[in-house]
Unconditional design. Structure first.
Length: 236
């Protein structure tokens, strides 16, 4: 990848607005605007310790630029204060990215996402919600185009989150595809959880016309798309 501003943008960060648009702190700001005021941005390990000590349960700390559940720290239930190894890893992430977004860990009931497009006038066009396949720690595992079991209230929250996310991206000068991830948990609904200002696997799944697309061992009847010693991608 070569840095610069080419005549046609086709790589991450080749669009000058894309890096800022994919900063997880944008999602945290949209959360606060929608009344979900539980994400905290920290810039030092001491701040991380202070914030996590105020949380009654488990927590997760995420680097601003990550994908598929990488570059994050999960607490162990019952241990609010970061361990020494977690502090060391947090410092490495801070040295590399400058900040962490810290949130209480919420037990998921199901994950969902919405693929959308933002035009130059700030208008958002959104597809129906899809179901996200995630592991126990929220790491991405695939996409199922079957709509999740959203209540009317949750669907309203999700629609508001998509519009608010699009407005936040527009202020940064970003146009193009984006995805808003959300999840239902045991105490309510969290939207947006993530804002991905790029073509996500949700877009890819819709483009393929597949019902499900994922990584790891393929389910019965699935078609293997890519298989290497490190990763298997499948379509079902």
């Amino acid at each position: 990848m070569r840095a610069g501003t080419p005549s046609a943008w086709d790589l991450a960060w080749a669009d000058p607005a894309a890096k800022a648009a994919n900063d997880r702190r944008i999602a945290a700001a949209v959360q606060r605007a929608l009344g979900l005021d539980h994400a905290h941005v920290v810039t030092t390990v001491d701040e991380l310790v202070a914030i996590t000590n105020t949380m009654r349960g488990a927590w997760v700390a995420k680097a601003p630029w990550t994908a598929a559940g990488r570059d994050r720290i999960h607490s162990i239930p019952g241990e609010a204060t970061p361990r020494d190894d977690q502090r060391t890893y947090a410092q490495r992430l801070l040295d590399r990215q400058g900040a962490l977004v810290v949130e209480p860990w919420l037990e998921r009931r199901f994950d969902t996402g919405v693929c959308a497009h933002l035009d130059a006038r700030g208008n958002v066009t959104a597809a129906p919600p899809h179901t996200l396949l995630s592991d126990a720690r929220g790491a991405f595992g695939g996409v199922d185009l079957t709509e999740p079991p959203l209540s009317p209230e949750e669907r309203t929250q999700l629609d508001r989150a998509v519009e608010a996310s699009g407005a936040a991206l527009a202020k940064l000068g970003y146009t193009g595809p984006f995805t808003v991830d959300a999840f239902a948990h045991t105490s309510g609904f969290h939207a947006p959880c993530e804002i991905n200002a790029r073509h996500s696997f949700g877009h890819v799944t819709r483009a393929l016309g597949a019902r499900r697309l994922g990584f790891g061992p393929p389910p019965p009847g699935a078609t293997t798309l890519v298989a290497t010693t490190e990763v298997t991608a499948w379509r079902a």
